[in-house]
Design a protein around this ligand. Structure first.
Ligand code: DGP
Length: 114
């Protein structure tokens, strides 16, 4: 989608700090980090606007995002743990309508989820 921020990042039209990529997945540093390590893991293709758009036909990409997270956790030695979050819709704080997961780590994370 030409007007989608993360599609444009995935296409290389907008620069980002890439930490991992393969054919289908891109992971890069969040521009507004909320933890010492704050990565965004996205499908390069616009599979869905968010979690609510996941279905039988596109759910495999969610597994790929988590495979990338596991690789990153190993490479970055996140032995103390990490958190994966996805926001869906404005009340959840979603600001970019392109399926993505936040990988947060590098400090003790609050146990409060909401
Ligand atoms: P969400 O609010 O869950 O939709 O997360 C979107 C995240 O994207 C938010 O934490 C800030 C980040 N972000 C927005 N614009 C850019 C950008 O141009 N580059 C990078 N690296 N991150 C961005």
């Amino acid at each position: 989608m030409s007007d989608c921020l993360f599609c444009n990042i995935a296409a290389g039209k907008i620069p980002c700090d890439i930490v991992y990529q393969d054919e289908e997945i891109l992971a890069f540093r969040d521009i507004q980090p909320q933890a010492p390590i704050h990565l965004l893991i996205i499908p390069k293709a616009h599979a869905a606007d968010g979690a609510a758009g996941i279905n039988e036909g596109n759910s495999a990409i969610v597994g790929k995002c988590f495979e990338a997270a596991a690789k990153l956790a190993s490479e970055l030695e996140l032995k103390e743990g990490f958190r994966m979050v996805t926001n869906n819709g404005p009340a959840a704080g979603q600001s970019v309508p392109h399926l993505h997961f936040h990988l947060l780590a590098g400090k003790p994370l609050t146990l409060q989820m909401a």
